[in-house]
Design a protein around this ligand. Sequence first.
Ligand SMILES: [Zn+2]
Length: 135
Amino acid sequence: MVGVRVKKQQKTIPIQQQREALAALHRLRKAYSEDISYEVFKARESLRDETLQALSLFTDMVYGERAFGQSFLLCDGCHMARALNSLPCDERGFYLFLCATCYQQYQQQQARVQAEPREPETAPPVEGLQQEGTS
Ligand SMILES: [Zn+2]
């Protein structure tokens, strides 16, 4: 990899400012991915791949080499830490990209949702169908 030559008179950008700038780019990529149609999503695969590679590179530059179990991308929750690898999917079937702190909050939130009493059914249950959610 070719290093970036930095002029000596250039001031060093504080790490917090670097992380916030990277978080903004990460949020932009996520918003873009969520806002486009499926057709555009599929048609722009190479652009998405390039963007992910660029974000991965900048993430390494700002956060250093990733440790075992860490993702190459940032957390979708706080955008200020690396996501963990190998997290389960959410209730919609999308992979979770969360850091340890945000994943812990997510699990607590899920436990609260499951503990809440369910809304009464507006329509009578159809005979023969299981009305309980998946476990
Ligand atoms: Zn997080």
